[in-house]
Design a protein around this ligand. Sequence first.
Ligand SMILES: Cc1ncc(COP(=O)(O)O)c(C=O)c1O
Length: 359
Amino acid sequence: MSRFWNEKTKSIVPYVAGEQPKPGQKVIKLNTNENPYPASPKVREAIESVEIAKLARYPETSSMIVREELAKVLGVKPQQVFCGNGSDEVLAFSFQAFFEQGEDKKPLLTPDISYSFYPVYADLYNIPIKKIPLKDDFSIDVEAFCREEQGGVAFANPNAPTSLLLGLDDVEKILKANPNHVVLVDEAYAAFSGQTARTLLPKYKNLLVTGTLSKSHSLAGIRLGFAVGDEELIEGLCRIRDSFNSYPVDCIAQAVAAMAVHEDAWVNENVRKICSTRDRIATMLQTRGWKVLPSKTNFLFASPVSRSAESVYTKLREKGILVRYFNKPRISEYLRISIGTDEEMDALVEAIDAINEGK
Ligand SMILES: Cc1ncc(COP(=O)(O)O)c(C=O)c1O
């Protein structure tokens, strides 16, 4: 604590990202839901296409080349697409643009268990939030989001860390029940679920869907996230961006992203492999007595049942395998395990067996 920090800096509880290994440290990294497979080989060409002389200039402010290419792929207008430095930034801008700030304002509704950055942004921007408990089976309580319109809604779909998907009928119920406020659907993992709420965009002006190239496109390192919605919502995001940082997406990221959004065959094959590994490992864990939620993402949310999740997390870490453990109410007996390659996941199951044998 420094005497130079203002009250906000003193009081905030920052988001804690999954542990990053030290340079040279050899680990099996299953703790930040990255894609275990490399991005399309065309990424190299895209990077090499960037003229070094161009790096002397600021990038184009709105990432227009990416917006145009994404618009083609998503079947919307470029004016309906916003790009930012990772979807984390797009989410932060959305919170600032659409949810009211001040204790006297109506709260933003969000599930009690969802992406842990939401309460952090809400606190940072003084947005009151009301956490709606997930049901006992960890599914989103749709009726509770529809009871009374408040200051907006934000949730991840599929949800994280639970890995569960909410069907489009239910998403639509929430949109209908909150017609005067933005319903933000964070689709960071949508590619692994085979469903997207973007199909509802023509019907709902209050819908904002965020996405990212970090997971499905194996590009967490370039930090390219996006939002798709009505032109008015996108204009609101541009107003926030231009009040914060005029150039959030660098030239190289723009060139890579504009190419990568067209790499369907490459992306779909990696997504297919990840889903198949996910289902295989889910069954293996279940056979070992674990409780595994039916995942529609590139990670499993699973409870070892017979021993504490924290002890398994610690033992795996000692064996050089990083998974994510949240010491939080209701989920402290679960681990979030990102899907790696088949070899990495087999090593995980082997390590779990060794732990069970007391090794
Ligand atoms: C639900 C959810 N939303 C957004 C993000 C952020 O992704 P990005 O890499 O685009 O910032 C994550 C990252 O793990 C996530 O789990």
